[in-house]
Write a protein that binds this ligand. Structure first.
Ligand code: HEC
Length: 116
């Protein structure tokens, strides 16, 4: 009986993951949707190269918390990263973030883009 229950639970968790992968793609590595643990490094590696220096893309700096949170709360940061890579307005251009990174950005912005 115990064995049968175990078999049933393995079977149903297998189904759960199948559905999840179908809907969202591969599972995401564990990560906290906070500025210091995720967003800072993500924007620094994916965005800051073009959004810094003497001629930042679109005149938009994304190099520190103040700039990034303002773009997230008042600007087009979320809109642009959510666009498909084929859209000329997509960010990064032609090279969209994966769904794990988008989930982190969305969760952080939904929390009010805090300095956490
Ligand atoms: C390869 C260079 C490059 C990368 C990488 C890049 N951008 Fe951009 N970005 C640009 C350029 C150039 C523009 C101006 C043209 C435009 O508006 O599409 C721009 C415009 C924008 C704008 C609109 C600016 C405004 O307010 O009018 C936002 C928001 C933006 N980028 C966010 C991001 C974010 C967030 C990332 C990282 C996930 C990113 N970008 C990565 C080059 C880049």
């Amino acid at each position: 009986m115990v064995l049968m229950l175990a078999a049933v639970s393995v079977f149903s968790s297998g189904c759960y993951y199948d559905v999840r992968q179908e809907l969202y793609g591969t599972p995401c590595p564990p990560a906290k949707a906070t500025y210091t643990e995720s967003i800072e490094a993500l924007v620094s590696s994916e965005c800051s190269g073009c959004h810094s220096g003497t001629d930042p893309g679109g005149g938009l700096f994304l190099t520190n918390y103040t700039e990034i949170s303002a773009a997230a709360l008042e600007g087009q940061l979320v809109t642009r990263v959510m666009l498909p890579g084929s859209d000329p307005d997509a960010m990064p251009p032609g090279n969209p973030l994966d769904h794990c990174h988008l989930d982190l950005i969305n969760a952080w912005v939904a929390a009010g883009a805090p300095l956490n």
